[in-house]
Design a protein around this ligand. Structure first.
Ligand SMILES: C[S@@+](CC[C@H](N)C(=O)[O-])C[C@H]1O[C@@H](n2cnc3c(N)ncnc32)[C@H](O)[C@@H]1O
Length: 254
């Protein structure tokens, strides 16, 4: 059966929507608090959460913004967000099923945007970031948070391979340089950059997206065969758990 990248991504995530609502890696973090603090300061009229997943950014934005639109490719993910927003009594979140690369909003429709741990799944991140810029008012704040790929090519190859084995919809963990270049090209000025490390518990990380056992086994084999430098770079543990680099770009639409 023919399937495009968007269908593949939506089905990968849709089947595990509740796991993303419940995921502690996604539900917490200083980055989430930074978004909440900036939203509290800016008090947006209309804020956009691009690639909302389990909706954790949208729930934070809803405490400060008049209206929040949570966008995702997956209808199942959005249904979970709607249910969770209701449970939290957040009445100002609406959802929209769309791809980041083709947003169903008019130019300058939003005055705040955040996108967290989603861009590495986009078929065309440059196009997604251009769309993000298009739907924002000039001068509006935008947060982009994602896993960043290492600058060293060998480590980068290891990371992208492991990510793809885990999740067939993985596209690319972009490097710092690639992120800066894409944001500039899309029309964003980066104001603050920060980074931190995230520990991926192997069993939790593969279960969350439903990695088939033979592919999880292939990741473990790859990790075992990796050279010492790669094992050290990702601090690979005996059970396959390892550490990733995450980055946050606080930007303004030029
Ligand atoms: C890891 S989850 C996002 C986590 C969430 N933003 C958070 O902070 O907890 C990635 C989400 O991006 C969505 N996604 C992937 N590609 C997309 C695209 N091109 N356009 C919109 N959403 C996309 C997936 O469906 C998935 O729900």
């Amino acid at each position: 059966m023919a399937k495009d990248h968007e269908t593949l991504t939506a089905s990968q995530f849709g089947a595990h929507a509740q796991a993303y609502v419940a995921s502690s890696v996604h539900a917490s973090g200083d980055d989430l608090e930074a978004i909440a603090a900036l939203a509290a300061r800016e008090k947006p009229a209309r804020a956009l959460d691009l690639g909302t997943g389990g909706g954790h950014v949208a729930y934070k934005l809803a405490q400060a913004a008049r209206a929040v639109v949570a966008v995702d490719l997956s209808a199942d993910m959005l249904a979970s967000v709607t249910a969770e927003a209701k449970r939290r009594r957040l009445g100002n979140i609406e959802t929209a099923q769309a791809s980041a690369e083709k947003l169903p909003f008019r130019d300058a429709d939003f005055d705040f945007l955040a996108s967290r741990f989603s861009a590495h799944h986009w078929r065309d991140a440059r196009q997604g970031l251009s769309e993000a810029r298009r739907v924002l008012r000039s001068g509006a704040p935008a947060f982009f948070i994602d896993i960043v790929g290492p600058r060293e090519v060998a480590f980068d190859t290891h990371l992208q391979t492991v990510e793809l084995l885990r999740d067939a919809s993985h596209v690319r963990d972009y490097s710092w340089g690639e992120w800066r270049d894409m944001l500039k090209h899309a029309g964003f000025d980066v104001i603050v950059e920060s980074s931190w490390r995230l520990r991926m518990d192997f069993a939790v990380w593969t279960r969350r997206i439903g990695t088939p056992p033979p592919l999880a086994e292939a990741i473990r084999l790859l990790q075992e065969k990796a050279d010492d430098a790669t094992r050290a770079r990702f601090a690979i543990e005996d059970d396959g758990s390892f550490w990733l680099d995450a980055a946050m770009f606080e930007a303004r639409a030029v």
